[in-house]
Design a binder for this molecule. Sequence first.
Ligand SMILES: NC(=O)c1ccc[n+]([C@@H]2O[C@H](COP(=O)([O-])OP(=O)(O)OC[C@H]3O[C@@H](n4cnc5c(N)ncnc54)[C@H](OP(=O)(O)O)[C@@H]3O)[C@@H](O)[C@H]2O)c1
Length: 228
Amino acid sequence: MILVTTAGKVGAEAARLLALRGEPVRVLVRDPGKAKPLADAGAEISVGDLDVPATLDAAMAGVTAVILVSPAVPAQELNVVASAARAGVGHVVKATSKASADSPIARRRGQSEIEAGLAASGLPHTLLRSNAYMQNVLMLAPAIAATSRFGSAAGSGRAGMVDARDVAAAAAQIAAGVPAAAAEMNAQAFSLTAGGDADWVSDDVPALLGRPAHSFREFAADYADAFS
Ligand SMILES: NC(=O)c1ccc[n+]([C@@H]2O[C@H](COP(=O)([O-])OP(=O)(O)OC[C@H]3O[C@@H](n4cnc5c(N)ncnc54)[C@H](OP(=O)(O)O)[C@@H]3O)[C@@H](O)[C@H]2O)c1
């Protein structure tokens, strides 16, 4: 089960994509009325509030991965991190921005505080560090409609943009882990290995090369740095 915290721009689309793929997905919302399209798409709806840890613990039951996306109030997202840690969640995918503890912008300092809390939790996680969402431009829609122009207080300063739907797709892809077909093949292979299917070596390498094949002991010694 994948839990998506909140059904805003990114969360709703990530949950929709996961449900479309047949992945078990649960969405934490304050108002279930607003989440009807997600319920119709096959997502489970969990009514809760990021400020109320008990509702997060209830939503976290049986969850293997969390897509953490919300207005990024540190206390609220850290509540989610603490709940995920209590539940032993396997992976957290967090939507974030240009987070920095030294930023003059409070929300970037807040993101930095959340990222630090996530790192300190020890939970495996992925940070989706996005530049501006294209959907921000929708706020200018009435002015654009009225004037056929748009402007910005940043003047000619350039800004990279990403469609929030692409952020959602990336979050869903990471939370879904290994593609189902590959996961199925891996599971089949490990199952056969458990029964002895892989318990063999051949003499082909020494016969072809005229020297002994590398032993596992040699391999481990040569790659010792990777295991230290
Ligand atoms: N906008 C950008 O350009 C941009 C760029 C980079 C990164 N980001 C990051 O993206 C994240 C925001 O994602 P978004 O744009 O998808 O969010 P969003 O569209 O603003 O949606 C926020 C959602 O949070 C819900 N919510 C608010 N308070 C809640 C609470 N106490 N308990 C439960 N739900 C609550 C809201 O539900 P209600 O309907 O109940 O209010 C809403 O569905 C932030 O981390 C932000 O820093 C944004």
